[in-house]
Design a protein around this ligand. Sequence first.
Ligand SMILES: [Fe+2]
Ligand SMILES: [Fe+2]
Length: 357
Amino acid sequence: MATIGKVSPEEMQQFYENSRQAGLTPAWMGRGHDRKPSVEPFVWRWAQAEPLILRSGEVVTPDRDVERRVLRLTNPAREHGTTHTISAALQLLLPGETAPAHRHTPTAIRWVLHGEGAYTTVEGDKCYMERGDLILTPSWTWHDHNNEGDGPMIWLDGLDTPLVHNLEATFYEAFPEDQQPVTSSGQSEKKYASGALRPAWEDYKSPYSPLWHYKWERTYDALWRLAQTDCSPFDDVAMEFSDPASGGPVLRTMSCWIQLIRPGVRTRAHRHTSSAVFHVFQGEGYTVIDGQRFDWSTGDFFVVPTWAWHEFANESSEETILFSIQDIPVMKSLSLYRDEAYEENSGHQPITSRFDG
Ligand SMILES: [Fe+2]
Ligand SMILES: [Fe+2]
C-alpha cells in the first residue's frame, strides 16, 4: 500500500507541482471527500406555476426565435435539469398558435395537463391532446404542436437533455416549414394501442415504441383493473407505460409510470439508483424522502433523487394518481440499477423534518 510522505514536504510539493504542469492529477488527493448531491428533493407548486405559465402567454410568442414557450422545473441544486438525467418543463400553446416543427436527438414525452383542441404531429401522424394523454416524440422524430381549440393548452414536457448533453450527442434540425405535412390522424394509436394485440404482418424494428400516443381512458382503465388485483409494497398500484413491440419501456432513456395511491395507504420505503420527476395528476398526499416530509396536492410536481429513501402516503379518502418520468432504462441498460428496501420500523422512515417551500 502506498504511503503519502515518503519524501520531504518540499519534495512532495515539487512532485505535485510537476504533476500539475504535466496535466496529471494524483488520484490519492481529494479522496474521502463527500460529493455534494447534484439533485435535491423539491416540490414545485401548481398554485405558483399556473399563473406564471399563463402569464408567459402574454410576454412571448412561439416562433422561430422563441420556438417553445416553456418554463423549466430547474432543480435548486443544479443550473440545468430537474434531475441529472431528466429535464421537465411546462409548455403553453394558445389558440391558433404553432410551436414550429423540428427534431433533435434528445427524446421527449408530453403529459397533457390542461385544455383541448391542440395536437402534436409526430412523423406526420396527428395526435390530439387531452388531459392525461401521454405522447412520445422519440429521438430524431419530427414534431410540431398546434392549437386548433379556443382555450390555452398546457402540458408537461419531459426530456433526457441533461443526459444527452453530458454524452455530447445533442443534434438539432429545424423543419423548413412551421408545420410538417400531416399524413395520418391517430394512426399510431389505432394500430398499436390494443394492448397485447398488434398487426400480424409487421415485424417492427425500431429503437422506440411504435405507439406514441397513450390515451387517458385506456390508462385509467388499466390502472383501475390492476387495483382490483395486486399492488407493490413500495409504489402501491403502479404501472409502467410499455412499448407494445418489445414489452419494455417506452423509450431507451426514460420510462413513464402511472401510479394510484389508494386512500389510507402508506407504502414501504426503498431506494434505487434511478431518479424520477412526479406530477400529482389528482388527489393529495405526501412523500417522505430521506426523513423529510414533502406534502403535495393536485397539479404539484416533485422530484425523488437517486439513492434517496422514499415512501408515499395518501391519508385522504380519495384516490391519488401520480404520473412520473424515470431514468430506470438508462441504469438497467448499463447494469447500474440497484435497489434496496428499508427494513427498520416496518419499512417506514422516521419523519425528522417537513419541506415548507
Ligand atoms: Fe422538440
Ligand atoms: Fe421508488
